[in-house]
Design a protein around this ligand. Structure first.
Ligand code: RM4
Ligand code: NI
Length: 289
């Protein structure tokens, strides 16, 4: 496998004194495996894509928040109108370190705990702060550097709050969208019935389909297929399960159909995908069942 790229501070921060900067991506392109000299907070504001993070793949879409450590290797595989707010920061150099460290996820946490969702209605507040931060972080006088750090602190506190204290008074349809995300994540190995979900939630399926598409740039079926393909990629990489067992684990009865869907998303067959990882992983594999 090709060596990952290494992104340096000097290419992104306007001076060696600046500790925070913003790299907005209105349309993130597929981006190869890389790691950084800096830490990266990624807030997904629209669209969708497949993100690989230290050899684990996840679909990402609006409202997802990722705290990437500097030595984490990550890449964007397939992307579809993916909009990101990337906030780059030099964690060790922040002068507000004593306070902000209470709200940043600890560096040693597993990545699953450095990845969460915030409700789309909070996204607006987060975007406004990010815009202010973007302006401030492009100046290199001391007061701007301090103001940038304090804007980052506000962002990080809000993201922490939105995760830990979910407010339940949301406008109905958006709230149902969040329930839908949870149900979809739990439907990877099972089947998902949209009509049934809509009846339970008392929402017309047509409006849910429309809202989902507006917010994520994809259909509900496409998202579920991405979730299943991501799970399949993780199993192909880390186990020796046969393709048909993996198809089954991902909720497909027909492994040919599974392979066709996988191919559409990953641009290669499940076996081709597995072969790329095989050489470095012949120890420590989970044996077939
Ligand atoms: C890239 C991509 C990377 C990020 C750099 C700064 O477009 O989003 O993840 O590290 O920008
Ligand atoms: Ni990155």
């Amino acid at each position: 496998m090709i060596k990952p790229l290494y992104l340096c501070n000097q290419d992104y921060f306007i001076s060696p004194l600046n500790t925070v900067t913003v790299e907005k991506r209105e349309n993130q392109v597929a981006f190869p495996r890389h790691y950084h000299e800096f830490y990266e907070l990624v807030i997904v504001s629209a669209g969708n894509g497949m993100h690989s993070w230290n050899d684990e793949t996840h679909p990402i879409t609006c409202g997802d928040v990722l705290y990437i450590n500097s030595d984490d290797i990550h890449s964007y595989q397939s992307v579809n109108q993916l909009q990101l707010n990337n906030i780059l920061y030099q964690r060790e150099l922040l002068s507000i370190s004593a306070v902000i460290e209470q709200y940043l996820p600890h560096k040693s946490l597993p990545q699953a705990e450095r990845f969460w969702r915030i409700h789309p209605s909070f996204l607006k507040q987060i975007s406004l702060l990010t815009e202010q931060l973007q302006v401030e972080s492009k100046k290199n006088n001391m007061s701007s550097i301090h103001l940038s750090e304090s804007l980052l602190l506000q962002l990080v506190i809000l993201l922490h709050r939105f995760r830990y204290q979910p407010n339940t008074n949301f406008p109905a349809p958006t709230h149902q969208l969040d329930i839908l995300f949870t149900v979809l994540h739990n439907s990877i190995a099972r089947s998902f019935n949209l009509e049934h979900f809509c009846q339970q939630q008392k929402i017309p399926s047509r409006s849910l389909i429309r809202i989902f598409k507006n917010q994520t740039g994809m259909t509900i079926t496409e998202y579920l297929q991405q979730l299943k393909a991501a799970k399949a990629m993780n199993l192909l990489r880390n186990t020796q399960y046969s393709i048909s067992i993996i198809a089954n684990e991902c909720g497909y009865e027909d492994s040919n159909y599974f392979s066709a869907v996988f191919r559409k998303i990953a641009n290669q067959t499940p076996s081709q995908y597995r072969a790329k990882f095989h050489h470095k992983k012949n120890r420590g594999l989970v044996t077939p069942r």
